[in-house]
Design a binder for this molecule. Structure first.
Ligand SMILES: Cc1cc2nc3c(=O)[nH]c(=O)nc-3n(C[C@H](O)[C@H](O)[C@H](O)COP(=O)(O)O)c2cc1C
Length: 240
C-alpha cells in the first residue's frame, strides 16, 4: 500500500473511511471551523469510543462532553487560560521561541504558529471532551491502560466521519476548578482533554520515525527485516 494513496486531501473521501486509512491519517487537528458537530455524529463518536477495550471489560472511561451550555462555556474559559499557560511553557522549554526567531518559515515555527492559534481559540472549539476514569480501586500507574484506548477510538471515530481532534493534557492546571464547576467526584480521574471540530485544512498521512527504529525481532535492538514502511511513507525529522 502506498501511503500517499490514502491522502484524503487528494479528493473527496468516503464517509466513513476505512479503518486502515483512518489509522494512517489521524493526525492531531488543532484548527477548526465554527461548524458545530451534529448530535448524530457526536453520538456515533462517543459510541465508538466506548467500544474500546478495558481491563476485565470494566469500562471505567467516562466522557464529559462540553458543547455550548453555560457550564461548558465556563469550562472552556478555564481551559483557555490553562492551554495558553501550557503552551507558553512549552514554547520556552522546547525551544520553539528560538526557532521562530531564527526562521519564521521553518517547520518548527509553523508548528508554533498552529499551536498559538489553537490555544488562542480554545474558547470557540466546537466540542471539548474530558475523558475521565471512574476508579474502582486505588490509583495505579497502569490505570490509564483502561482509558487511553477509548481516547484513540474517539479520535479515530471522529476522523472516520470527517471531524478532527487533538488529545491534550493541558486541563491539568485548572483541574481543581473544573472539578468544582462540573461536579466531578474525587474518585474520578481526569485522564485527557480532547478537542474536536471540523478541520480547517485537510487530513493527511501522519509522520513517524522509520518503522525500523520502532520494531525489533527476537531481541532488543535486533533488526526486523520484514518490518518495512510502505512506499511513500513520510517520516518525522526527529531522531533519537
Ligand atoms: C499522552 C499525550 C499527550 C498529549 N498532550 C498534548 C498537549 O498537551 N497539547 C497538545 O497540543 N497536544 C498534545 N498531544 C498531541 C501530540 O502532540 C500529537 O499526538 C503528536 O505530536 C503527534 O501528532 P500527529 O499525530 O499530528 O503526527 C498529546 C498526545 C498524547 C498521546
Amino acid at each position: 500500500m502506498a501511503i500517499d494513496a490514502v491522502d484524503p486531501s487528494a479528493g473527496e473521501e468516503p464517509r466513513p473511511i476505512d479503518l486502515l486509512t483512518g489509522l494512517a491519517t489521524t493526525r492531531a487537528i488543532r484548527r477548526y471551523t465554527d461548524e458545530p458537530i451534529p448530535d448524530d455524529d457526536l453520538a456515533s463518536i462517543v459510541w465508538h469510543a466506548s467500544r474500546a477495550p478495558s481491563g476485565s471489560n470494566r469500562q471505567p472511561f467516562r466522557f464529559l462532553v462540553l458543547r455550548d451550555g453555560p457550564r461548558a462555556a465556563a469550562a472552556k474559559a478555564l481551559l483557555g487560560t490553562s492551554f495558553r499557560r501550557g503552551w507558553a511553557a512549552k514554547l520556552r522549554n522546547d525551544g520553539y521561541d528560538a526557532s521562530v526567531e531564527a526562521d519564521p518559515t521553518s517547520p518548527k515555527a509553523r508548528t508554533a504558529a498552529a499551536m498559538q492559534h489553537y490555544v488562542d481559540h480554545l474558547e470557540s472549539v466546537p466540542v471539548v471532551v474530558l475523558v475521565c476514569l471512574e476508579r474502582y480501586r486505588d490509583a495505579s500507574p497502569f490505570e490509564g491502560a483502561s482509558v487511553y484506548p477509548a481516547c484513540q477510538n474517539l479520535l479515530l471515530a471522529a476522523r472516520a466521519l470527517g471531524w478532527g481532534g487533538a488529545l491534550t493534557m493541558w486541563h491539568q492546571m485548572v483541574e481543581t476548578e473544573l472539578r468544582e464547576l462540573l461536579a466531578i467526584p474525587d474518585e474520578v480521574a481526569l485522564s485527557a482533554c480532547i478537542t474536536l471540530g471540523r478541520p480547517t485544512g485537510a487530513h493527511g498521512p501522519v509522520r513517524r520515525r522509520p518503522i525500523s527504529d520502532l520494531v525489533f525481532d527476537d531481541g532488543w535492538g535486533e533488526t526486523a527485516p520484514w518490518a518495512v514502511d510502505p512506499d511513500g511513507t513520510r517520516h518525522t525529522h526527529w531522531r533519537r
